[in-house]
Write a protein that binds this ligand. Sequence first.
Ligand SMILES: NC(=O)C1=CN([C@@H]2O[C@H](COP(=O)(O)OP(=O)(O)OC[C@H]3O[C@@H](n4cnc5c(N)ncnc54)[C@H](OP(=O)(O)O)[C@@H]3O)[C@@H](O)[C@H]2O)C=CC1
Ligand SMILES: C/C=C/C(C)=O
Length: 330
Amino acid sequence: MVLSRAWTLIKHFEGTPKLSDFKLKEVQLPKIKNGEVLVEAEYFSVDPYMRPYSKRMMNEGDIMIGTQVARVLESNNKAYPVGSYVLSNAGWTTHSISQGKDLTPLIPNWPDHIPKSLALGTIGMPGLTAYFGLKEICIAKKGEIVLVNGAAGAVGSLVGQIAKIIGCKVVGSAGSDDKVQYLKDIGFDEAFNYKTVGSLEEALKKASPEGYDCFFENVGGYFADVALPQMRKYGRIAVCGAIALYNDTTPRKGEYVHFPLIFHELRMEGFTVQRWQDRYDEGLEKLMQWVIEGKLKYHEHITKGFDKMPAGFIGMLKGDNTGKAIITAK
Ligand SMILES: NC(=O)C1=CN([C@@H]2O[C@H](COP(=O)(O)OP(=O)(O)OC[C@H]3O[C@@H](n4cnc5c(N)ncnc54)[C@H](OP(=O)(O)O)[C@@H]3O)[C@@H](O)[C@H]2O)C=CC1
Ligand SMILES: C/C=C/C(C)=O
């Protein structure tokens, strides 16, 4: 018998999540049956989507939603041999039993020198979001100018680097001077700290006086209000996220988008990465290839220990992370 530990959401978040919103519980797991697999988590992802999606997908008392990289401990299912690694959607729980439907094997021939935790970041959902969002929604082309906010995070840092691979000029914004330095280190042409620039409009104009062809939008709110009028004619805006709005308790009112959309003839489109589910293999192979070739640099913000899951999640929402926020099981 295996004892599993799990973080449950006691009460739906009101505003910014707090440590007291979560409760640790222990569950004795039964023996696995035919077709079942017992997995043990090694790495957990904490993602912004957990904030807005928790209310839609969870009841109070449920185990927190989320993805983990796990090792198969026991198996009665040939598709998942003991010792193999999988992505599991079991959420914030150390051990879980599955029929296999919510498990995905890591891509084949994962090289030993590439950390498996990247399956939650650069070579995983955030990487795919950057890859398909930039390619299919922004339709970024060589010579164009790309703006990305939340640029030092899991998705944003990859958007900028993939745009450089395509041959674009890249401008990024992030919430600290260290993050700005990181963006320059990984090849962004221009980067600024949105918290300390006196005027966001001037910072965007200074970084690219010609304006922007593509805007990969991760933040929403005031940043978007100021950025839209900076778009060049026929610009494309990929609305990926709106993290500045996730903790709002009452909906904000902002600028209306109509004037920049009409007079700059812009295309603004929201998406979720699942749209390209049938092309994940293509994206993951490309991301892995770029990592191996050193064209895509990765950085992980590691929080050690399952006990720290809520703190790691809250820290990520506050901006503690550069690159992908990961929690290790031990
Ligand atoms: N559409 C889709 O399919 C997907 C969408 N997303 C979205 O992409 C965005 C980035 O996700 P991801 O890369 O995983 O997360 P990150 O790794 O970027 O972590 C979140 C970051 O958001 C920034 N942030 C937090 N609050 C604010 C705020 N009020 N204003 C501006 N920035 C803020 C912080 O960085 P800083 O210090 O710079 O403020 C923080 O580090 C999110 O909006 C997420 O919801 C992610 C995956 C899939
Ligand atoms: C799949 C993730 C969606 C967001 C909005 O983060």
